[in-house]
Design a protein around this ligand. Structure first.
Ligand code: SAH
Length: 224
């Protein structure tokens, strides 16, 4: 796909997303400019990771909300199959409508909680990469994400630059969930959005049957 065609598709996504957002309140970015930078360019930061980290057949986007980073990445990476997951049905319905309007044969969206789908054999350890933007602290996210990743697969988290404490607090979670920190990739967005980073973990051995714990427990009693 040429850069022009890609940009045209992403502009259209921005417009149809803002229309859905007007009805459903999916995102705080309500203007074309803030949605373009805060949702679309921010999602695409993933495409600047070294290729060895992004070439994958299957990606699951956990807590996709209104479809970020799911939708921009499904547009930009046509050869990869994307599955969005969110626990709120009306968000999943909105994302399904956006997938339909944008004609994205490589994307789908499923309603469910990470703690439940992570035990479903159709989802457990079935994905090369799990992405997640803006859902919880690192230790909680790793328990949500690890169940979906194949051994040798990766988890990619969208985070602010100041997460030293969060990373320190995730040492037990990393050991328990067999995820090793392999890359921190800083990037800068235009305007007031400033600097952010992608944090990448790689999975070692298959996950213990203990995880994920029951619905609500990873957040209420985070591994610490
Ligand atoms: N990734 C989107 C939305 C972030 S808001 C974005 O960056 O714009 C966090 C989303 O995670 C919400 O839509 C919420 O419904 C979902 N979520 C939170 N905990 C979850 C869980 N345990 N399982 C599935 N989805 C969850």
């Amino acid at each position: 796909m040429s850069t022009e065609v890609l940009e045209e598709k992403l502009k259209r996504l921005c417009a149809v997303f803002l229309e859905e957002n007007g009805k459903l309140n999916l995102s705080a970015f309500r203007t074309e400019e803030t949605c373009w930078v805060g949702n679309i360019l921010d999602s695409l930061a993933y495409c600047d990771l070294p290729l060895s980290f992004t070439s994958a057949a299957t990606v699951l986007d956990l807590g996709t909300g209104g479809g970020f980073p799911l939708l921009p990445l499904a547009i930009a990476m046509e050869q990869t199959r994307f599955t969005g997951v969110d626990s709120v049905q009306k968000k999943v319905d909105a994302v399904e409508r956006l997938i339909h309007t944008m004609e994205l044969p490589n994307a789908r969206c499923v309603c469910g909680r990470a703690e439940e789908l992570g035990r479903n054999p159709d989802f457990r350890e079935q994905f090369d990469i799990v992405t997640c933007r803006g859902v919880a602290d690192v230790n909680v996210l790793l328990e949500y994400c690890s169940p979906f990743v194949k051994p040798k697969g990766r988890v990619v988290l969208w985070k602010s630059l100041t997460i030293d404490q969060e990373l320190n607090d995730s040492l037990l979670a990393r050991a328990e969930l067999s995820l090793h920190l392999v890359l921190q990739h800083p990037y800068e967005l235009p305007g007031n959005f400033g600097k952010r980073q992608l944090v990448v973990f790689e999975k070692g051995s298959p996950l213990s049957d203990k995880y994920p714990r029951d619905v609500g427990i990873p957040k209420k009693k985070p591994l610490l």
